[in-house]
Design a protein around this ligand. Structure first.
Ligand code: RIB
Length: 306
């Protein structure tokens, strides 16, 4: 049995409305269908891992409410171990998502119970980390919990994979403790102060992040693929072209697939190819967790086999 991946992160209920375009400030737009989908960057990444066949345990917090019940049930149905998901006296996290005709989203999150993920909660689950294949984190739970988890994982020799989303400044000491840093263009731009629009600019930003101490930098570039910078020359991994329905959770699909490929012994560039395939497939289906692809679908795209 493979060692489990541990995901520390958020769980949100995503409330999604499709609109012809994004509204301007002060404007009311009439959209079309409304949908409710399980989401949250942490939970999405945990489900992405489970769909690819790797055991995974989630650490996080939901409220004592119907959204909390539904999010835990969906994780369990996907095969995620939820023993690390606690209940807090706060409403379950909610994300309001507007989806444009081009499939692009804007997201506003009310973190609610995600804010109750504390260093104490993380420490309670240290035994889970001790035998883990890797620790996977994002930034939708409070930073002290993220810092504690990273410290514990490193103490047990467990590789740390950080997806610094949503974008926020980070202490240099934290970046220096990350084995695999997976920012998107916006996050990399915020962390480095550099523009990141092309693979060439991505390379410069990745070099800055590596100089800050990140082990391997995998900078995702949406429809331009990803740039991987480890010890040698940077490698640009192209995207897989698909018909875009909804980009929500494409980044989460990338990170989950990258982590699985890596923990199966694949090199970072191959793992990023898995990530690009999973991210592309996630864009073809509406909703966060419903869009996360199976192992068969990812391998079919990676190998080109019909
Ligand atoms: O990465 C996508 C996720 O971001 C959504 O599911 C939403 O909940 C927000 O956390």
């Amino acid at each position: 049995m493979a060692r489990p991946l541990i995901v520390l992160g958020s769980l949100n209920m995503d409330l999604v409305i499709r609109a012809p375009r994004h509204p301007r400030p002060g404007e009311t737009l009439v959209g079309s269908n409304f949908g409710m989908f399980p989401g949250g960057k942490g939970a999405n990444q945990a489900v992405a891992v489970a769909r690819l066949g790797q055991p995974v345990t989630m650490i996080g917090c939901v409220g004592r409410d119907a959204f909390g019940d539904a999010l835990i049930a969906t994780l369990q149905a996907a095969g995620v171990d939820t023993t690390g998901v606690a209940r807090a006296d706060a409403a379950t996290g909610v994300a309001l998502i507007t989806l444009s005709a081009a499939g692009e989203n804007t997201i506003v999150v009310a973190p609610g119970a995600n804010g109750a993920v504390t260093p104490e909660l993380v420490r309670m689950h240290e035994p889970l980390m001790a035998g883990a294949a890797a620790l996977l984190l994002q930034l939708e739970v409070p930073l002290p919990a993220v810092e504690t988890a990273i410290r514990l994982a490193r103490g047990h020799g467990v590789p740390v994979i950080l997806n610094p989303a949503p974008a926020r400044p980070l202490p240099a000491e934290l970046i220096a403790q990350v084995d695999y840093l997976i920012p998107n263009q916006h996050e990399a731009a915020l962390l480095t102060g550099l523009p990141v629009h092309s693979p060439e600019e991505a390379q410069m930003a990745a070099e800055v992040l590596r100089r800050s101490g990140a082990g391997v930098v995998v900078l995702t570039l949406g429809e331009q693929g990803a740039l991987v910078l480890a010890d040698g020359e940077p490698v640009h991994v192209p995207a897989f072209p698909v018909e875009v329905v909804d980009t929500t959770a494409a980044g989460d699909a990338f990170v989950g697939a990258f982590a699985v490929a890596l923990s199966e012994g694949r090199a970072p560039v191959e793992a990023a190819t898995w990530g690009c395939a999973a991210g592309a497939l996630a864009c073809t289906v509406l909703g966060a967790q419903p869009s996360l692809p199976t192992r068969t679908a990812v391998l079919r795209l990676v190998t080109g086999d019909e």
